[in-house]
Write a protein that binds this ligand. Structure first.
Ligand code: KIV
Length: 260
C-alpha cells in the first residue's frame, strides 16, 4: 500500500481501512487480513500505558512501538504519530519525523493546522510523507476543554475546511478527521483531492480508523459513541478485523448511531 494508491481509492470511491497497532503480533494479524493502513497511534498512552490522555507519550515510546509494529507489517501503509511537543518547531519536527522513518514509518502524523504550516513545509521539502489530523485533537484536550465534538458552529467548521485546504496545498497526503459532524466531514472530503480518514466523523469520509483495543472491546473505560465492538459478533480477532474491513468497504460502518 502506498500514498498514490490511497488517492486512487478515493478517486474510485473505495473506502480506506485503518486500525491502530502497537506491537508486531497485532500488526501482522491486521496486515494479513488486508487492512490498508496501520497507525501507531499515540493512543498507546491510553490503551497501553493506562494514562488519562496522550500527553505523557514520548518520542522514545513512539520509536519503540513503531519499531515493533514495523516487524509485523508487509503490505499495509505504516503511519506513526508524532507525540505531544515533538513538533514545536520545523527543525524539531524534521528531526523527530526522521527518527520515526528510520524505524519503519512510511508516513508521520501530527495534530493541527495552519499553526504548523512551516513544519508541514519542511517535511514536504525533505520528502517525508505526512498525515494531518483535524477536528478533535487529543493532544490539545486541555485547551479544548475535554473530548468534545468540534466544528459544530460555522466558524469552527470554516476553520477545519480552511486548514484541510491548506494541508493539501502543503503536500499532506492524508487527513484524519476526528469527532466532527457528518455533514462537515462530507464537505471537507469533497473539498480536497487527498483522502480523509474519519473517526467519529461519519460514513462520508474516504476511510475509517478505530483504535484496535476499542474495536476488540478490550478497553473497558469510557466508550465514545463512534466506537463499535466488532469482536462481540465474531468468534475470533481475525473475524472481527475482517468484519470491520467489510463494514467499512461496504459503507455499513459507521452508521448514524456511531456519528454526530
Ligand atoms: O492516536 C490515535 O490512535 C489516533 C487515532 C484515534 C486517529 O490518532
Amino acid at each position: 500500500m502506498n500514498i498514490p494508491q490511497l488517492k486512487e481509492f478515493k478517486q474510485k470511491s473505495e473506502k480506506i481501512t485503518c486500525l491502530t497497532a502497537y506491537d508486531a503480533s497485532f500488526a501482522k494479524l491486521f496486515d494479513n487480513c488486508g487492512i490498508d493502513v496501520i497507525l501507531v497511534g499515540d493512543s498507546l498512552g491510553n490503551v497501553i500505558q493506562g494514562g488519562e490522555n496522550t500527553l505523557s507519550v514520548s518520542m522514545e515510546d513512539m520509536i519503540y512501538h513503531t519499531k515493533l509494529v514495523a516487524k509485523g507489517v508487509s503490505n499495509s501503509l505504516l503511519v506513526a504519530d508524532m507525540p505531544y511537543q515533538s513538533y514545536t518547531s520545523p527543525e524539531q519536527t524534521l528531526e523527530n519525523a526522521k527518527r520515526l522513518v528510520d524505524v519503519g514509518a512510511q508516513m508521520v502524523k501530527f495534530e493541527g493546522g495552519s499553526e504548523h504550516k512551516d513544519s508541514f513545509k519542511i517535511l514536504q521539502d525533505n520528502n517525508i510523507a505526512v498525515c494531518g489530523h483535524l477536528g478533535l485533537q487529543p493532544q490539545s484536550v486541555l485547551e479544548m476543554g475535554g473530548y468534545k465534538v468540534q466544528g459544530r458552529d460555522e466558524s469552527g467548521a470554516n476553520k477545519i475546511i480552511k486548514d484541510a485546504l491548506l494541508l493539501e496545498s502543503l503536500g499532506v497526503g492524508v487527513i484524519v478527521l476526528e469527532c466532527i459532524p457528518n455533514d462537515l466531514a462530507k464537505r471537507v472530503s469533497e473539498a480536497i483531492s487527498i483522502p480523509t480518514i474519519g473517526i467519529g466523523a461519519g460514513v462520508d469520509c474516504d476511510g475509517q480508523v478505530l483504535v484496535c483495543y476499542d474495536m476488540l472491546g478490550i478497553n473497558t473505560g469510557y466508550m465514545p459513541k463512534f466506537v463499535k465492538n466488532f469482536l462481540n459478533e465474531s468468534g475470533s480477532i481475525e473475524t472481527a478485523v475482517n468484519t470491520f474491513i467489510n463494514a467499512v468497504k461496504d459503507k455499513t460502518f459507521p452508521g448514524l448511531d456511531h456519528s454526530y
